[in-house]
Design a protein around this ligand. Structure first.
Ligand SMILES: *[C@@H]1O[C@H](CO)[C@@H](O)[C@H](O)[C@H]1NC(C)=O
Ligand SMILES: *[C@@H]1O[C@H](CO)[C@@H](O)[C@H](O)[C@H]1NC(C)=O
Ligand SMILES: *[C@@H]1O[C@H](CO)[C@@H](O)[C@H](O)[C@H]1NC(C)=O
Length: 409
């Protein structure tokens, strides 16, 4: 080869190689670029992971940007502890799904004076939400619990809830921990199509009103594969809910899995469709419970199935209480007017720490209708003494299979 040809090849090789390299890198850069455009790291908005600086404006800034993006934008909270004042993540958003990925810990302030609203963190009017990341919401409730007078007084000032979802649709909430809320851990209110799973909720047994998850006025909410240990109900299903499912939930300590309380307020909507299955309750005051107030307005609760449930040292494993009164005394002018019907208890087994393992205390004004007890095996913790079932005002009850204690319906 002569010199000029060699030189020409050399001169062409470089740009050619560079071109090849560009071709190879282009798709990678592109993906990176689009992802980067859609990820809003709260650190870039001024969040400081020192556990003290107020990072709420940074979270809000990242949310507001993400909320205006199409596709699947993501708010990203990296590892670290961030102090966050009360905050509303408000929609509607532009994207198909907004992701909030929390790897770190969000820590609530201790000072109650900083809370003007009902809750600490709220997700509102969002269609399409994924809240996840393995991180934690730390409500720092211990300092507030002594100020809660609600367990004693009917007209009490309630403390802030940790996380509230209001008018949220098509959401998944998974792989997160809620610790030591001041009041309830989570409220799901007027939502539909909500999936919660792999949620850990933790507060001490003696912390007042630290309910795990309360659901109200919502449709198609499913909670599964979660651990809830609190000072109040693990899950409670309030008025106006339809098609709620609770499965593979480990509950305890706490007050158990409850429907209610129902009939406290005028204008409450009916409850219909609840399936609780494959749950384990450990050391709770109640297992599966339906509670309604006396002197209540008229409403109904129907089509409940409680099945495949293990009770490990539970005080009241199966209980319907239509004289619910958490205070010293309640208005008992007339009986509860909440009509309960089609309630099935199937394959419920384990140990009761009180002698009455099955208690169906229904309203004499509107008796419970179509209650089924099938394959029940509940023993009193003192094995020499048999467990008992006690019923009042149940009509159309059926029992089948082995039912221990012997059915009272
Ligand atoms: C959310 O669910 C509703 C039905 O509850 C449906 O009409 C709507 O299209 C869903 N939105 C998305 C983004 O999937
Ligand atoms: C609830 O579930 C039942 C039975 O699966 C279904 O027929 C009904 O349409 C559902 N209702 C709502 C509001 O999702
Ligand atoms: C409960 O879980 C077991 C084992 O995972 C499964 O075989 C069973 O079908 C479940 N029961 C219900 C009602 O889903």
């Amino acid at each position: 080869m002569n010199w000029s040809l060699k030189k020409a090849m050399r001169e062409m090789a470089l740009p050619f190689l560079a071109f090849l390299l560009l071709l190879l890198l282009l798709p990678i850069c592109n993906v990176d670029a689009t992802q980067a455009n859609n990820v809003f790291n709260v650190r870039d908005f001024g969040a400081v992971a020192d556990g003290e600086s107020d990072s709420s404006q940074a979270l809000l800034g990242a949310w507001e940007k993400a909320c205006t993006q199409e596709g699947r934008p993501r708010v990203y909270v990296p590892k670290g502890v961030y102090m966050v004042k009360p905050l509303v993540f408000k929609g509607p958003c532009k994207g198909h799904v907004v992701v909030v990925q929390i790897k770190g810990v969000l820590k609530a302030p201790k000072e109650l004076s900083l809370f003007n609203d009902e809750q600490w963190i709220k997700f509102e009017q969002i269609d399409g939400l994924l809240l996840t990341g393995g991180g934690m919401f730390d409500g720092q409730g211990a300092a507030a619990w002594p100020q809660n007078k609600c367990p004693q007084k009917k007209d009490c000032k309630t403390l802030p809830i940790s996380i509230k979802f209001g008018h949220v649709t098509n959401a998944t909430i998974r792989s997160l921990t809620s610790l030591n809320s001041k009041f309830f851990h989570m409220i799901i209110f007027k939502c539909s199509n909500i999936n919660l799973h792999h949620i850990q909720i933790k507060a001490p047994e003696n912390s007042p009103n630290t309910d795990g998850i309360h659901i109200g006025g919502s449709t198609r909410v499913a909670i599964r594969n979660s651990n809830i240990a609190t000072g109040d109900d693990c899950v409670s299903v309030g008025p106006g809910n339809r098609n709620i499912s609770i499965s593979k939930v480990f509950c305890g300590p706490g007050h158990g899995i409850s429907v209610g309380s129902l009939g406290k307020y005028a204008g409450e909507e009916d409850v219909s469709g609840l399936r609780v299955r494959n749950c384990t309750l450990t050391g709770t005051t109640n297992g599966v419970r339906i509670k309604t107030w006396q002197s209540s307005p008229r409403s109904s609760a129907s089509n409940f199935m409680f099945e495949d449930i293990l009770m490990r040292d539970v005080r009241n494993p199966i209980i319907i209480d239509q004289k619910y009164c958490p205070y010293e005394s309640c208005d008992a002018t007339f009986p509860s007017m909440v009509k309960l019907s089609n309630i099935k208890f199937r394959n419920i087994r384990g140990i009761s720490t009180s002698k009455v393992a099955v208690e169906l205390l229904c309203s004499k004004a509107v008796p419970c209708q179509n209650v089924e007890l099938r394959d029940i095996n509940l023993k009193y913790i003192e094995h020499s003494v048999p467990a008992l079932a006690s019923c009042s005002n149940v009509v159309g009850g059926v029992s089948s299979g082995l039912v221990v204690p012997p059915p009272c319906i």
